[in-house]
Design a protein around this ligand. Structure first.
Ligand code: LAN
Length: 767
């Protein structure tokens, strides 16, 4: 874009460009019934080719694998790293598919459509590849799920159908026809869930009367008020923010009344025979409708009451003049807040949902200081969210998982003791360089947002932000929102890498490490646990006000076993390296963390995983968290119970497997992975988590651990890669999300731990 530049991007930006020769690589032959998880074949093939993987080596490998039975864990480990290093980008991060949810790209498509279908937002190639993705993921009942492994929901289906039509599919198109059949069979679009209704209202295919109130006045409440949205979990807050602006204005696509496609959708979405008169639909009565397929968190009676109160407030004549003034001021505040979020994140925005709506606001709001180029800047950041795999082009759940994945790769590499190996040294150095560049620095030195002083206390307070300086983000420093466990894993990683000879001299200064420690210590909650981005600011009863229907536990930032283990572990490792810095506070923090982690252990010895699938993930965090906070693995009853739980779930073939339904149902889905794992229902990622936990807990059943390790070896592909099985990430209880790096980093890490820490006999057998 002429004249418009994004501010500095030190590392990690992932963008797909169309190159003529690649045509045809994204194919319609993808079969979701075999496995809806694409395995990132396009990227991986390109990286391996770019690395110049020599043909001879392939042959050598063939020979080697002929003697597969003799392959030791150490060989599997080396082979795995030799493969994984080829996927590393020049700047040190590992790119990968972070897709999974089906409700994200339709928001972007709606935003593209209502802002005038500009190619700079989505060009023809991207639109075509998106259509292919929708076609590839249509299920046998004609619908689409909330995410790739979910049964069809109205949330996924309505949004995808509308996006498909906006991108050019005709109503007689086979995919569109079957999609619409699903929607109508489930009652028509009035039965879709609230976030989908929002998109339909913006587009002009649902009346705003069919949408519950999202009053922007809520931002004007005093901050002490328990209902002030600053207490919400930041992701919910940042979604309801642009929603409040657009709802407050009852923003509708300006050409809705004359656009043929919009008029056609109004006829299609509600009734099979087009008998329903769109104008005659009793919208205020359809507001609260939702199909049973979508109703994961039924709206609580308290929220229903609040919604009725708000709709009375909306109609009240007496309150009219007051409401109009408050509305105007509320919208003005929301507009400024959206602008601040754009600046703080370099127009990336915290996530894909607010990205689409903030972009629309940048288009609409002519009063903001950057009005001249705000939309152009937003458009430049759209590709950051788009990813291409063999199933087509998708919008990712974030602008990538760069920092998170790199920190696991780093720790696995150090634990493997291969970091100084001549063949892996460069990989270690690059990983360190990436992590160094990705730490969020002070405003003056930040390479992310030089123009915006987000660290200034007045800005932080005004926009309800926690301190950023010293933190690490999940993706890139341009994104800039630090997270407790990303900061912690970042800190653990740079500390670990700094022990390598090849990194030692570049190690970070104590100042920078101490800044990270400050961020982590400040994020510990009164109960001793750590939440995700911020301290716990709200109350448990807030959940009764969750209006989303499809998601659970989104209203406040809770304490999680994952964030708590990571944060405590980082403090512990920092303390070992710098025993005098904030020593008393760290000791106290670790004691409180220990009590918190124990307090959330379940009766069966397990922990529930909120961000990975599921109990195997959380048990690893739980056990490691207890060990890091001082528990002796040989004597701790809590650790023994956790190990016993894991052992009781081991499959006969030595592996472990559970899938997304564990998270959804909050009960171990022992048969889950049968669909996309192996025939016994085991899978490499779950197996690795279970093994990491068991080995950290010094599990006495060495034979069980050995069988798990044999399983990982047996599942390794000749190339050194592992197969892509079921979806391994999750959020908000009800949505799966893809982590393509997990199938490499976790088996590698488990093998590394086995070889160097758990199985003394194999570690003595040379290197
Ligand atoms: C993420 C990704 C990272 C993840 C971990 C760091 C792994 C976790 O330990 C803490 C929670 C966090 C930060 C997390 C929270 C929820 C996110 C942001 C996501 C799963 C990525 C996408 C998701 C976001 C909410 C998706 C957009 C959808 C909405 C409902 C707003």
């Amino acid at each position: 874009e002429e004249g418009v530049k994004l501010s500095g991007e030190p590392a990690g930006r992932q963008i797909w460009y169309f190159v003529e020769e690649d045509e045809g690589e994204v194919t319609a032959s993808f079969d979701p019934s075999v496995n809806p998880n694409a395995s990132d074949r396009i990227l991986r093939a390109q990286r391996v080719a770019a690395y110049g993987h020599p043909e001879e080596e392939e042959e050598e490998e063939e020979e080697e694998s002929a003697a597969a039975g003799a392959k030791s864990p150490r060989d599997a480990l080396r082979r795995g790293f030799m493969f994984y290093r080829m996927l590393q980008s020049e700047d040190g991060h590992w790119a990968g598919d972070y897709g999974g949810p089906h409700f994200l790209s339709p928001g972007l498509v709606i935003s593209w459509y209502v802002t005038g279908k500009q190619d700079r937002v989505l060009d023809a190639r991207q639109r075509e590849a998106m259509m292919l993705y929708y076609r590839n993921h249509q299920q046998s009942d004609g619908g689409w799920g909330t995410h790739i492994e979910s049964p069809s929901t109205m949330f996924g289906s309505t949004l995808t159908y509308v996006a498909l039509r906006l991108l050019g599919a005709s109503p007689t198109d086979e995919t569109a026809k079957r999609g619409l059949e699903f929607i109508l069979k489930h009652g028509g679009a009035t039965y879709t869930s609230s976030w989908a209704k929002f998109g339909l209202c913006v587009l002009g295919v649902m009346d705003w009367d069919g949408h519950e109130s999202v009053p922007p006045e809520m931002w004007l409440l005093p901050a002490w008020c328990p209902f002030h949205p600053c207490r919400m979990w930041c992701h919910a807050r940042m979604v309801y923010l642009p929603m409040s602006y657009l709802w407050g204005k009852r923003w509708v696509y300006p050409f809705a009344e004359t656009d043929e496609l919009i008029l056609a959708l109004r006829r299609e979405l509600y009734d099979a025979d087009s008998h329903v008169d769109y104008a005659a639909i009793p919208w205020t009565k359809t507001r609260s409708l939702v199909a049973p397929t979508d109703d994961y968190s039924p709206v609580h009676p308290l929220m229903r009451f609040a919604q009725r109160f708000l709709s009375w407030y909306e109609r009240s004549a007496v309150l009219g003049p007051l409401r109009r003034i408050a509305r105007r001021r509320g919208i003005a505040f929301a507009a400024q807040y959206v602008h601040a979020e754009d600046l703080q994140t370099n127009y990336v925005d915290i996530g894909p949902v607010n990205k689409a709506w903030n972009m629309l606001i940048a288009f609409d709001d002519e009063e903001r200081p950057d009005a001249a180029d705000a939309f152009a800047r937003h458009a430049l950041r759209v590709p950051d969210y788009l990813w291409v795999a063999e199933d087509g082009m998708k919008m990712q759940g974030y602008n990538g998982s760069q920092c998170w994945d790199a920190s696991f790769a780093a720790q696995a590499l150090v634990e493997s003791r291969l970091g100084d190996d001549p063949e892996l040294r460069e990989c270690a150095v690059r990983t360190f360089e990436f992590l160094e560049k990705t730490q969020i620095l002070s405003t003056e030195t930040s390479r992310a947002t030089p123009a915006w002083d987000y660290e200034a206390p007045e800005n932080r307070e005004r926009w309800f932000r926690h301190a950023s300086k010293g933190g690490w983000p999940f993706s890139t420093s341009a994104h800039g929102w630090p997270i407790s466990d990303c900061t912690a894993e970042g800190l653990k990683s740079v500390l670990a890498l700094s022990r390598l000879d090849c990194v030692k001299d570049a190690a970070l200064s104590l100042d920078r490490l101490a800044d990270a420690v400050d961020v982590i210590l400040a994020l510990q909650n009164y109960d001793g646990g750590w939440a995700t981005y911020e301290n716990n600011r709200g109350y448990g009863w807030y959940e009764a006000l969750n209006p989303s229907e499809v998601f659970g536990d989104i209203m406040i930032d809770y304490g999680y076993v994952e964030c708590s283990m990571a944060s405590a572990g980082a403090l512990k490792r920092f303390h070992l390296a710098y025993p005098t810095h904030r020593a008393n506070e760290i000791a106290k923090a670790l004691r409180r963390a220990n009590a918190f982690i124990k307090s959330i252990q379940r009766a069966d010895g397990s922990w529930y995983g909120s961000w990975g699938c599921c109990f195997t993930y959380a048990c690893w965090f739980g056990i490691e968290g207890l060990v890091d906070t001082g528990e002796d693995p040989y004597t701790s009853p809590s650790i023994k119970r956790a190990c016993d739980f894991l052992l009781s779930e081991q499959r006969p073939n030595g592996g472990w497997g559970e899938d997304f339904t564990s998270c959804f149902d909050k009960a171990y889905a022992a048969d889950g992975m049968r669909a996309y794992g192996d025939q016994c229902g085991a899978a490499v990622v779950n197996t690795s988590w279970a093994l990491l936990g068991l080995m950290c807990g010094r599990c006495a059943d060495a034979a069980a651990v050995q069988r798990g390790i044999d399983y990982l070896k047996a599942r390794q592909l000749k190339s050194g890669d592992w197969p892509q099985e079921g979806i391994s990430g999750v959020f908000n209880r009800a949505c799966g999300i893809t982590y393509t790096a997990y199938r490499n980093v976790f088996p590698l890490w488990a093998l590394a731990r086995y070889v160097n820490a758990y199985a003394p006999s194999s570690s003595s057998s040379s290197s």
